[in-house]
Design a binder for this molecule. Structure first.
Ligand code: CU
Length: 477
């Protein structure tokens, strides 16, 4: 996981050496090089209504006007901010030349009807009204929306179609994080030819893809010494693994995949598979300029991404900040873990991702009309995900998050739930999950989207054997 578990408190950043310090020269940063954020759209009185127009058009991205696949003309799309218990009405207008749809990655909602239903397609030229009823006890945190049309997902996501959704916690609504600047960082990795047209994704682009933060190349971020910021980071690339390191600093992770941690984890490197999210607290005491790196990531079979600078952080005295200089205590942003390791397991399954005979799960390519796994509503299941191939595959399941319990059969002690987990070549990950609250049909798949487009995806169906419902085991959220 790339985390050093067990740290009990926010450690903060580097400490200044004793003695008089030379005054750092203020950085010369062009005004348009500072990190921008997508527009934030808030729910009002329990409802958030938004229209998302999916369109291939020119957008200002990576410092120039380029061809892109956009929501509302932007790369990334707008940030939606709502609360558990809210209703989200999303009108998707498809101005693409091909079918699309909308997956709300991380939402614990119904997978049917016009909710998080990725089994349907919205044809070119059509409009579809989604409605997401967010449960009152939904986990607070960072989730995201992106297209999920089988066979064309990589092309649309590679072109930029992604945006974030933040669910606020009760404590946040009461102001628990008012002293912390809240930033959203959407990581994407497209690639254009010299004419500014999007290339078709291929594994060979790993070294040359452009790594973007909120559509910007190496944006600059200003921090005031002693101030704490909360960065909500999503890996919205189709195939990149981002191992993030901020030079000279440790990062304190407080949530993964839209699920709060039960304890803060202070670490040098935060790892994000495609589709994954991390919420980290960043604090610096030392003026200076520091690079936020994506470290080389080994995808297997000789594919290694280069060391890249994603953003440049300037720690400058005299900046106007949001909060005070006292260390921020993250406890109000944490949540107790509903530990499934101590609970009886209803059923165990092994799911194998393979590249023998194509990109498959359990030897089969995706079939929209075939149900691969039938599970019972509210069952606690233990799934072992085996990767028998030479490439890395991030496993994602829709609707219900999971608690990772073992890697290669060795127990791990995770501070929270995930919905996307890296399974390394010739390796396995075991997790426990409860198929809670919602019946219906949805998907599990490799989140390297070209792999799922090629068939590394399966269908699960949650059925209710004791209609109208059995008692809940424990609340995951
Ligand atoms: Cu894969």
């Amino acid at each position: 996981m790339g985390v050093a578990a067990g740290a009990a408190a926010l450690a903060g950043g580097v400490k200044p050496p004793r003695g008089p310090q030379p005054k750092p020269a203020p950085p010369v940063v062009p005004p348009d090089a500072w990190l921008r954020e997508p527009e934030r759209i808030y729910s009002h009185r329990g409802r958030l209504a938004v229209t998302l127009v999916a369109e291939e058009r020119e957008a200002f991205v990576a410092g120039a006007r380029r061809a892109a696949a956009t929501y509302n003309g932007g790369v990334p799309g707008p940030t939606l901010i709502a609360d558990p218990g809210d209703r989200l009405d999303v009108r998707l207008v498809n101005r693409l030349s091909r079918p699309t749809n909308l997956h709300t990655h991380g939402f614990h909602v119904s997978p049917g009807g016009n909710s998080d239903n990725v089994m349907l397609d919205v044809p070119a030229g059509a409009t579809f009204d989604y409605r997401f009823d967010i449960p009152r006890d939904h986990a607070p945190g960072l989730n995201w929306y992106h297209p999920h049309p089988h066979g064309d997902g990589a092309r649309q996501l590679f072109g930029g179609m992604a945006g974030t959704v933040i669910f606020r916690s009760e404590a946040e609504r009461r102001g628990a994080s008012a002293a912390v600047r809240d930033r959203v960082l959407v990581l994407q990795a497209p690639e254009w030819d010299t004419a500014g047209q999007l290339k078709v994704w291929s594994a060979g682009l790993l070294a040359s893809q452009v790594r973007l933060v909120n559509g910007q190349l190496n944006p600059h971020i200003a921090l005031r010494p002693g101030e704490t910021e909360r960065w909500r980071i999503v890996n919205a690339s189709v195939s990149d693994f981002f191992d993030l390191r901020l030079d000279g600093h440790q990062l304190t992770q407080i949530a993964a995949d839209g699920n709060p941690y039960s304890r803060p984890v202070t670490t040098d490197v935060v790892s994000l598979p495609p589709g994954g999210r991390a919420e980290v607290l960043v604090r610096s005491d030392t003026p200076g300029t520091f690079a936020l790196h994506a470290l080389p990531a080994d995808h297997g079979a000789g594919f290694v991404s280069p060391d890249l600078v994603l953003a440049t952080v300037h720690v400058e005295p005299g900046l106007r900040g949001v909060g005070g200089r006292r260390p921020f205590r993250p406890e109000p942003l944490l949540a107790p873990l509903c530990d499934l390791r101590t609970r009886p397991v209803d059923k165990r399954r092994t799911i194998t991702m393979s590249m023998t005979g194509g990109f498959t799960i359990d030897g089969k390519k995706f079939d929209h009309d075939r149900v691969d796994q039938v599970v019972e509503l509210n069952a606690l299941e233990e799934w072992t995900i085996v990767n028998d191939s030479v490439l890395i595959h991030p496993f994602h399941i829709h609707i219900n998050p999971f608690q990772v319990t073992h890697i290669d059969g060795v127990p791990v002690d995770e501070p929270g739930y995930r919905d996307t987990v890296t399974v390394r070549p010739r390796s396995s990950v075991t997790f426990r999950t409860v198929f809670e609250d919602f019946t219906g049909t949805s998907l599990f798949h490799c989140h390297i989207v070209p792999h799922s487009d090629l068939g590394m995806m399966g269908v699960f169906q949650v059925v209710d054997p004791t209609s109208p419902g059995s008692p809940l085991l424990c609340r995951l959220t």
